[in-house]
Ligand binder design. Sequence first.
Ligand code: AMP
Ligand code: MG
Length: 344
Amino acid sequence: MQETKNRTIAYAVLTLIAMGGLLWLSTKNRAVTVDGGFRITMGTVARILVVAQNQPQADAAIDAAFDKIYDIERLMSDYDPNSQLSLVNREAFEHPVPVDAELFEVLTAAKLYSCTSGGAFDVTIGPVVQLWRKAKDDNTAPTPEAIAKAKETAGYENLVLDADNKTVTFKKEGMFLDLGGIAKGYAIDKAVEVLRSAGMQGAMVDIGGDLRCFGTPANGKKHWFIGLQDPQNEEEILLKLNMDDRAVATSGDYRRFVMIDDEKHSHIINPATADSAQDLSSVTILAPTAMAADALATAVTVMGDEKGLKLIETIDSTEAILISHGDETSFEKTSGVDKYTDYD
Ligand code: AMP
Ligand code: MG
């Protein structure tokens, strides 16, 4: 009798433990999708979406990721006179300027992309960018003399990076760095690092339409997706891309341009001519990191379709989708793009 009672109690205890275990497992596996909403940074709008175990954890991770983005903006903005980049721009011709590891990392990568792209991507193009920005305000195109003068200091070989001391020096007076073609991508990657180490199961970080996704997709979906907008018709989606563990960046004159005498000038400068790069309406790059996607999108816009596609074909796990100017929307792409449009 006693034995039966003991066995019953033992079964009851075991059942309770099993039920408790199941309950623990189900809470553990339950994920919430939290949208951090739109926040202004780097002259545009950013948004972070995370998949997490619970709302408080998600909220804290989103705030930490945005703090990282704001830190990078404070380091790398050429608009902010108090940024570390502005200090470099003011003093690097006079003496080597010590910089934070993150700024040094971006400058090192920028030089590498300059080499890979044969100088199409070049952060020393700053004075020419400034000239076109001013031209927009004055509604007058810069004179050939002004362009020639601004171009004089450009050239990534004039940017000296000392890896041992983490210092930056300019070889020419009047040099000016502009990280507008790469810093957004870097900030996205750093925000992703923060979200991963905060234990997020998945996330998407979007700064001005350039973005990176990882892990579990939002709202119980099978994949992270993005729709590539048709530059001729903003309502239309040209291509739907699978974005699992991937970054994407788009450069294009349909998104940002300088308008002078009703003529559109791209905000991207061809360092070879110091004129705006006009050939392509939009360049989208898919890559493992957002920094690579960002820099290469800018580079390919300058290089044009033939050279640009050729370059991207040589880079591992990296693809390009190019849209030319014209009445009808047609696009060219590298051979591996189809991998990302194949989903179910
Ligand atoms: P994105 O929208 O990423 O293509 O970046 C465009 C921004 O990059 C411009 O607004 C400039 O600040 C900067 N930029 C323009 N031309 C170049 C270039 N040839 N190489 C690197 N950065 C550039
Ligand atoms: Mg870019």
